[in-house]
Design a protein around this ligand. Structure first.
Ligand code: ATP
Length: 296
């Protein structure tokens, strides 16, 4: 029996991939190359996808998920993220990744980007690549503009096309009510219809950052604004309806996240937030309603 392995060791890793909301979002200009320069405050929230990663002796990237609507082939951002690192480091083995999707898809909550970020962190550990967070963030931008932020997490000012990141300290804990209307909003449509270079009014992102640094929740709420609503909310009235509901039911403020259509409200009182959550579920506007808090 000499030299015959009786079993092989399989490494299994589990990760939580957190969603984000934009506490504020401004678009500064459309660039010559078609990309947009943004200035936004990103914040991770306690709503997450779950990734289970396992190494395989044969090569390949195998993805499974509980969500019927997202691809499991090379179009999945998980696949792209795993391939990027496995190619660069000539990994001879393979990986199996199972995704439990909890974050609304195509919602403005960076669901795909955060899965890609968790995958990069997982591949780094699974195959002992020894990359630092900064090393991963440098590579992450090749997958998408929001992926470096998702590697970093927390509260951050995001500039450039989204990849120039400055962590911000001081965001106070609070409750976040999230509702994803059952409409599909294409990010491309929103940016194409924004006409960024002609915008007259811009959110006060510097003022917002100052309030965060002072842990002033009322001040933060007063500066919450998303310039992309000028396109999306005009096209889809349900966005204004949900914002109005949240504000009338105790939210300090409520805006759309990213290019939408997800709307979130910020609350400083648990009982009021829970009442608003129940009321929104009962209204039956959409099935995707979550009450959570910040992941700081
Ligand atoms: P962002 O806030 O970065 O704009 P989003 O929330 O609008 O992201 P995603 O949830 O990332 O959008 O999904 C956008 C599209 O990407 C979906 O239509 C989906 O088919 C595809 N996709 C690829 N990989 C994933 C993934 N792991 N999770 C979700 N969607 C994915």
């Amino acid at each position: 029996m000499d030299g015959v392995p009786l079993y092989k060791l399989i490494m299994v890793l589990k990760y939580k991939a957190y969603a984000k909301v934009n506490i504020g979002l401004d678009v500064l200009r459309r660039r010559e190359d078609g990309y947009h320069d943004v200035k936004m405050v990103m914040q991770t929230v306690n709503l997450f996808d779950e990734l289970t990663m396992e190494d395989m002796s044969s090569n390949g990237i195998i993805i499974s998920t509980n969500d019927d609507f997202i691809p499991t082939n090379e179009d999945n951002l998980i696949y792209k993220a795993a391939k990027l690192l496995m190619d660069e480091f000539h990994i001879e083995k393979g990986v199996k990744i199972d995704l439990v999707k909890n974050i609304p898809v195509a919602a403005g909550m960076a669901g795909g980007s955060t899965d890609a970020a968790a995958t990069m962190i997982g591949i780094n550990e699974l195959f002992s690549l020894g990359l630092s967070k900064e090393d991963l963030m440098k590579r992450a931008v090749k997958i998408g503009a929001d992926v470096p932020y998702c590697v970093m997490g927390g509260t951050a000012l995001s500039e450039g096309i989204g990849e120039v990141l400055t962590p911000i300290k001081g965001m106070p804990q609070c409750l976040i009510l999230i509702a994803k209307p059952e409409i599909n909003v294409s990010t491309k449509f929103v940016y194409e219809n924004l006409h960024a270079n002609e915008l007259k009014n811009h959110p006060d992102i510097d003022g917002l950052v100052d309030f965060i640094k002072n842990s002033d929740l009322a001040g933060i709420a007063s500066k919450m604004e998303n310039v992309l609503e000028t396109v999306t909310a005009k096209e889809y009235p349900i966005i204004e309806d949900i914002k109005k509901y949240m504000k009338e039911n105790g939210a300090l403020n409520s805006i759309m996240s990213g290019s939408g259509p997800t709307v979130f409200g910020l609350f400083d009182d648990k009982e009021i937030a829970e009442k608003a959550y129940k009321g929104l579920v009962e209204k039956n506007i959409t099935r995707q309603v979550f009450l959570t808090d910040l992941f700081l």
